[in-house]
Design a protein around this ligand. Structure first.
Ligand code: NAP
Length: 486
């Protein structure tokens, strides 16, 4: 008779929100042999990297929390980034996550020899694993636009996702390129400090108003005394979200979208000057691009020392930005709020499967995965928040938790000796991708705008069905879609 459980060694890549979750859940399931490789020197992922002024999460804090770790200390309905970073550090401490983390090591290569994964980091460190959990994040690799002359800028140049807090802003002329969530939050946060603010807008955005009340001391004391009440609130908000907004974005005709559009229009109507309001009016439907949510943006751009520049950028010069109308907008600080390369995921790491499948080849056109989590030919490798999953104004913590429970069920099959290797079949993955691509065309993201949701073909890189459907598919793996190997 064989031993009951096969001992398994896990490597988790990345110590952000999803990597922390993976360690906690693996240990809770009795898997103690876990190492996390984190390329930075601190955990936190996106919340460690994005520390630009005003960074915040526009998903309600109670929802943007682990279901098993409610946080009574949230100060506001929507939390600033630093508070989320503190929360992640606190959870990691409470669950003793850091004893499993090796910092300063970036996994660059993983090769499966038919028995185990053999990993190598950039510094040459090697390790083995039976299972890899890639928790490398989506919004991770900053996108730097190829603007002519960018290197010539003589002032301070920063990207929102690589903020340099040593760059002074007070009393200086600051230019911000972009009108996504990062730009809008930065604008609201720095406008009081700077002497001049120029916002370079290529595309106007719909902005949903945001009310962000503080939690009172009584409310926090209530959460502390009765954590279940906060858990219940988490579940209630989650249900509301799953049955409301999450359904609306995948049905371009949804009445909820009409309501959202009305709220955005009413918000835009608060801009007093006709010309400015016209220039801030988008030419696409609300929620086609990811909704920007802000209670301070319109007020900020109407300030006397702020100006919206919607002439196209011609080039960057030592002294500032030259627009195509010939005007030089002189700047001391240039902020690139230009977003991320969203097609990277665990790359530039290369993964090579036991029969020679290479991640770089499988994803040479664009990244795809069975249910966002696994790639044919790369067994025992599961991604959290991988390609084409639920993105947008969702709690990616909730998404990662559902995916982790799904992955654990497959891991159990390995531990129970049902199989040694598990990978999705090519057929199931292709069928999923065909159905996903077709459904994606009916979502609001495909109603005629350019956004980071769209792939090179213009197809939204997102889960195109309801959140309920995602929960249903994550509840239990359909084993017919998998190839099991002994
Ligand atoms: P983004 O939404 O991709 O926005 C990038 C901005 O840069 C766009 O306005 C884009 O213009 C502009 N841009 C890019 N290249 C340009 C060029 N060559 N010339 C002029 N403008 C250029 O990036 P992001 O604001 O960093 O946000 C990315 C995502 O991160 C968000 O959608 C969201 O999912 C997440 N995020 C979330 C929060 C939160 O509160 N939860 C906060 C920040 C970020 P076009 O629109 O014309 O392409």
């Amino acid at each position: 008779m064989t031993d009951a459980r096969r001992p398994l060694r896990f490597v988790v890549i990345g110590a952000g929100m999803a990597g922390i979750l993976a360690v906690i859940r693996l240990r809770e399931q009795g898997f103690d042999d876990v190492t996390v490789y984190e390329k930075a020197d601190r955990l936190g992922g996106t919340w460690r990297e994005n520390n630009y002024p005003g960074v915040a999460c526009d998903v309600p804090s109670i929802l943007y929390s682990y279901s098993f770790a409610p946080n009574p200390e949230w100060t506001h309905r929507f939390s600033p980034g630093a508070e989320i970073q503190t929360y992640l550090e606190d959870v990691a401490r409470r669950f003793d996550v850091e004893r499993s983390v090796t910092y300063g090591e970036e996994v660059v290569h993983a090769e499966h020899d038919g028995d185990r994964w053999h990993l190598r980091t950039a510094s040459g460190l090697t390790d083995v694993a039976d299972v890899i959990i890639a928790a490398t994040g989506v919004l991770h690799h900053p996108f730097v636009p190829g603007l002519d002359g960018l290197d010539n800028f003589a002032g301070d140049l920063v990207h929102t996702a690589r903020w340099d807090a040593s760059v002074p802003l007070a009393g200086r002329r600051v230019g911000i390129i972009g009108t996504g969530s990062s730009a809008v939050q930065t604008v609201g946060a720095v406008v009081d400090e700077v002497s001049e603010l120029a916002l370079f807008q290529r595309t106007a955005q719909w902005v949903l108003p945001q009310d962000n009340p503080a939690y009172s001391e009584d409310e926090k004391a209530g959460f502390r005394a009765d954590p279940d009440s906060q858990r219940q609130l988490h579940d209630e908000i989650s249900e509301l979200f799953a049955d409301g907004f999450a359904n609306a974005v995948v049905d371009a005709d949804s009445p909820i979208l009409t309501r959202i559009a009305d709220l955005c229009q009413e918000h835009l109507d608060t801009v007093v000057d006709d010309d400015l309001r016209a220039r801030l009016t988008p030419d696409h439907r609300a929620a086609c691009k990811r909704l920007v949510i802000s209670g301070s943006f319109y007020e900020a751009v109407q300030r006397p020392h702020a100006r919206l520049v919607d002439n196209e950028i011609d080039r960057i010069e030592a002294g500032g930005i030259r627009t195509v109308d010939g005007v030089l907008h002189e700047l001391d600080v240039l902020v690139l709020a230009t977003g991320f390369r969203v097609d990277r995921f665990m790359r530039p790491m290369e993964a090579v499967g036991p029969t020679g499948t290479r991640l770089s080849e499988a994803w040479s056109e664009r990244p795809s995965a069975y249910l966002s989590m696994a790639v044919p030919g790369l067994p025992n490798l599961f991604m959290l928040n991988g390609p084409n999953g639920p993105v947008g104004n969702f709690s990616l913590i909730e998404v990662a938790e559902l995916q982790m429970e799904y992955a654990l069920q497959l891991v159990d099959q390995i531990a129970d000796r049902t199989c040694r290797l598990v990978a999705p079949s090519t057929e199931a993955t292709e069928a999923h991708e065909v159905a996903r691509t077709e459904a994606a065309g009916k979502t609001v993201w495909a109603t005629g705008c350019n956004s980071w949701y769209l792939d090179d073909r213009g197809v939204p890189m997102a889960w195109p069905w309801t959140f309920r459907e995602f929960q249903r598919r994550m509840a239990a793996p359909d084993m017919a879609a998998y190839v099991l190997t002994d």
